[in-house]
Design a protein. Structure first.
Ligand code: ADP
Ligand code: ASP
Ligand code: MG
Length: 500
């Protein structure tokens, strides 16, 4: 075992010294693979090859996995179906889950013994699903807690496949449940980690494995509360799991490996000429991720960068291709607009009324309502005349917010201070991001020009508080065209320099 030394990690409140231990010369890499990267036997072979390569260069490698692509959706759909009194969908889902993992096991593993053990382990999780679904059916309700127990099963299944294949190839690998490592609060479906407890658990469980040269294959997405209830970190949350574990093990680097060449100028599914951004600033990627670019989970970025851990986004299927390094804000250049993204399925709500002028506290009460209804507000716009407050929320919660607003402001409606809540469904929010935009005059003008030229109508606009983004509301039917129009501007303006 390599020698250890201790260093002062940080000074806690009241100056208490918090010590941390590290193995001398240890280089630790956390690699996270997303759903498509583990979506088939062929994809998993790519993952395995990369982990083996990484093992040659890095002393310690932690692998964090998402469920096979589509599996989390399947689990959640089956849980909702059970809650609505459908017994058949959970049954067919159990068979589909077993069949999908089993055929992957057959394509992936060559030893009969590993195949059988892995199949049994997956079957145990499928059985767990088959006993949870009837409970949801009987209750007629899928509580957030039940949904977390169910939706985390995909991660719990796939880790066995990857660890088994690594072992077949002579690498000492073991599965680790992140519920043993990541301690969270009880906010099911969007749980928050307790980093102090998580660090201790990780030091007790994960670090000894790493010191012994074992590759831990850890479930992404899930954690557990103090009393052992399974939680999840929110959809797409495996990136966040990787970030939490990278911090907890004091990793040197974290790689988010996905199915595209890093962070691109836009979603390549919308514009096929999207290009990889070789570097992106912390602030830019944070803004992009929160504005809908699914490529990284918004919560995954700050923990990693705040701890000085290098972060990159790579393509599992094109490991030698272009990728993106995330830089601290001070490292970034002064480029204008860098990327454009879109978040779909939103509604725009506006509280309107001449009588609103000067009435105290309307904005505060409006956003108390959205907080109470658990609706995340994606965009806010207030006119200077104070005669309306306009904001966007996901369409799925819009009706609930409207009803609550009508209740909250019932007196103002009666006294005609507020005339109505105006709603526009089927809108999307297109966001242009770039830290250099605030020093580049005329970007908003160019963006509107590009949209106007194609007859695309902007319903509302808002500038991000960091001045590193501009968001536009457009109709859902014009979403992709609007993104493509703005993307052309970005690609044109950078064609000669960085992307060549
Ligand atoms: P994973 O399963 O690996 O976590 P996700 O599906 O969550 O992958 O995220 C990757 C997807 O993000 C890509 O396939 C791409 O369609 C989408 N995406 C959206 N915006 C961007 C962008 N600006 N750059 C790269 N990918 C993007
Ligand atoms: N499997 C989870 C999801 O689909 C977590 C993830 O993919 O990051 O949301
Ligand atoms: Mg993802």
């Amino acid at each position: 075992m390599a020698p250890r030394f201790y260093f002062i990690k940080e000074l806690g409140d009241n100056g208490k010294v918090i010590m941390a231990e590290r193995t001398v010369d240890t280089k630790t890499l956390v690699i996270k693979y997303g759903g498509t990267s583990v979506g088939s036997a062929e994809a998993i072979q790519q993952v395995i090859a990369q982990v083996q390569l990484a093992r040659e260069e890095w002393k310690q490698v932690v692998v964090v996995l998402s469920a096979m692509s589509g599996v989390t959706d399947l689990l959640l759909t089956a849980a909702s179906a059970a809650a609505e009194g459908d017994e058949e969908t959970p049954r067919s889902t159990a068979s589909a889950l077993m069949e999908r993992h089993d055929s992957t096991i057959k394509g992936l593993l060559s030893s009969k013994a590993e195949r059988e053990i892995t199949r049994d382990r997956v079957a145990a999780h499928v059985n767990e699903f088959s006993s949870l679904a009837p409970a949801v059916y009987v209750l007629g309700e899928a509580s957030p807690r039940a949904l977390d127990a169910i939706s985390s099963l995909g991660e719990r299944m796939v880790v066995h496949l990857v660890a088994a294949r690594l072992r077949e190839l002579g690498c000492v690998a073991t599965t680790v449940l992140s519920s043993e490592l990541i301690r969270t609060d009880a906010q099911f479906q969007a749980a928050n980690p307790d980093m102090d407890v998580t660090r201790t658990l990780t030091r007790d469980i994960l670090v000894p494995l790493l010191d012994d040269g074992v590759v831990p294959v850890v479930t992404g997405f899930m954690g557990a509360t103090d009393d052992g209830a399974i939680t999840t970190l929110g959809r797409g949350g495996s990136d966040y799991s990787a970030a939490i574990l990278a911090v907890a093990v004091d990793a040197d680097e974290a790689w988010i490996c996905t199915d595209v060449d890093g962070v691109m100028t836009t979603d390549p599914r919308i514009a096929s000429n999207a290009r990889t951004l070789p570097t992106i600033a912390y602030r830019e990627i944070a803004e992009l991720a929160s504005a809908g670019a699914k490529v990284v989970h918004p919560k995954a970025i700050s923990p990693v960068l705040e701890h000085g851990i290098k972060l990159s986004i790579r393509n599992t299927f094109n490991p030698d291709g272009p990728n993106t390094h995330v830089l601290t804000d001070s490292d970034t250049g002064n480029q204008g607009a860098k990327a454009v993204t879109v978040v779909k399925a939103h509604s725009l709500l506006a509280l309107e009324g001449r009588g609103m002028l000067g009435v105290q506290g309307i904005a505060a009460r409006t956003f108390e309502v959205t907080a109470r209804t658990n609706a995340s507000v994606t965009l806010i716009k207030q006119t200077s005349s104070e005669q309306s407050i306009c904001f966007a929320v996901p369409q799925s919660v819009a009706q609930r917010v409207i009803e609550e607003l009508e209740r909250e402001f019932r007196h103002e409606f009666k006294w005609k201070h507020i005339d109505r809540v105006r709603v526009q469904h089927d809108i999307v929010i297109v966001t242009v991001v770039g830290a250099g935009m605030r020093n580049t005059p005329g970007i908003a003008g160019k963006v509107f020009g590009a949209l106007g030229k194609r007859g695309l109508n902007v319903v509302a606009i808002a500038q991000g508080s960091s001045e590193c983004s501009i968001s536009l509301v457009v109709a859902a039917a014009e979403a992709d065209d609007s993104v493509r129009a703005i993307h052309e501007l970005i690609v044109d303006s950078h064609l000669e320099d960085e992307y060549e």
